[in-house]
Design a binder for this molecule. Structure first.
Ligand code: GYE
Length: 330
């Protein structure tokens, strides 16, 4: 029997699974799920939280306990330990940091509680948890780099990068993916790369300090999420630096939240690489399969694309339109 199925059966729900019950146990008991959420640092995160609250409902057979860990690694470890103490049926973790998970994952395993890692990646071996559902930041970073190469068509790039939170796989992957492409271009220089912590204030502060150091020297700004891009735009506006398809600076962002894509449609952000926060249905599917004792995907990457401003055609991205914006799920 599949190891993942054994793990599910091992946590005391085998009887329910074998009787063919669906998400809500037949005696009416809700499945108790604890979600250790990163925080509320970005619009992407708000959409992700909303998606979980809309999905893990009583109607669907769940009692969701969502803890906002406020981007604090210690608080997140404590939240997971509290879920273990409360004997949750399942624990979902969106890891703030990619490192340092082995001990608490072992504790969850010892307690027989299945763990699903969501959104971001962790360094722990896959045998330490039951399933993973999330995004591919390295690929996202590569997409940004490939699009930039295509758009520059051989022109020089002097690049400033506003990274996401230090130690988060979403930041590490986007940096690595973009750098891998940058290394193949002799005429690209990364002037500086600093963390803006995935927040608007962080993006603005980093951009203000970049402007002090590099004004007149850069023609590309890469922000690793939309909120950082909003902050960077404010800083450039204040300094009289123009960006976007009619400006001097090429602006790249990630997340494709509603406002981020509005800026693409308006030609202010050149390219916005998608990062899909709609993951809860996939996680619920995994849990329902575990409940039913069925096989499930141990690793699922959610679908992601990229969008570019009107007037730009790309092999790597879709040209933005109002119809696309109106039809977006988040
Ligand atoms: O890009 C950012 C958020 O982990 C993919 O976290 C997620 C990232 C997302 O704060 O806006």
């Amino acid at each position: 029997m599949n190891k993942k199925i054994l793990a599910a059966l091992g946590c005391g729900i085998a009887a329910a699974a074998m009787m063919g019950m669906t998400a809500m146990a037949e005696d009416g008991e809700l499945i108790r799920v604890g979600y250790a959420q990163v925080g509320h640092e970005s619009d992407w995160r708000t959409a992700n939280t909303q998606n979980y609250q809309d999905t893990f409902t009583e109607e669907n057979g769940f009692e969701l306990s969502l803890i906002d860990c406020d981007n604090d690694n210690a608080a997140q470890l404590e939240a997971v330990r509290n879920f273990i103490t409360q004997e949750m049926d399942y624990i979902i973790i969106a890891p703030i940091q990619s490192a340092g998970w082995d001990t608490v994952l072992q504790e969850a395993m010892d307690a027989g509680i299945p763990v699903i890692i969501a959104d971001r990646e962790i360094e722990s071996d896959a045998s330490m948890y039951d399933a993973w559902v999330g995004t591919d930041p390295t690929k996202e970073g590569e997409t940004a780099g490939n699009w930039l190469a295509e758009y520059l068509d051989g022109a020089d790039a002097n690049i400033l990068v506003i990274e996401g939170s230090v130690g988060a796989s979403a930041a590490i992957g986007r940096t690595n993916g973009f750098n891998a492409v940058a290394e193949t271009h002799d005429n690209w220089t990364i002037l500086d790369s600093q963390s803006g912590d995935f927040t608007q204030d962080g993006g603005q502060e980093v951009m203000e300090s970049f402007i002090k150091s590099y004004e007149g020297q850069f023609n590309v700004v890469v922000c690793q999420n939309d909120n950082e891009a909003y902050g960077a735009m404010d800083a450039m506006d204040a300094a009289g630096i123009t960006y976007g398809v009619d400006g001097d600076v090429i602006l790249i962002s990630f997340d494709t939240t509603h406002d981020g894509l509005q800026y693409v449609l308006d030609g202010k952000i050149h390219c916005n690489v998608e990062c899909n926060p709609i993951q809860a249905e996939t996680v619920m599917g995994v849990i329902n399969a575990m409940e039913a004792g069925e096989e499930y995907e141990a690793v699922t990457y959610v679908e992601e694309g990229a969008f570019v401003a009107p007037g730009i055609e790309s092999e790597f991205a879709t040209t933005m339109t109002q119809e696309i914006l109106d039809g977006r799920p988040y």
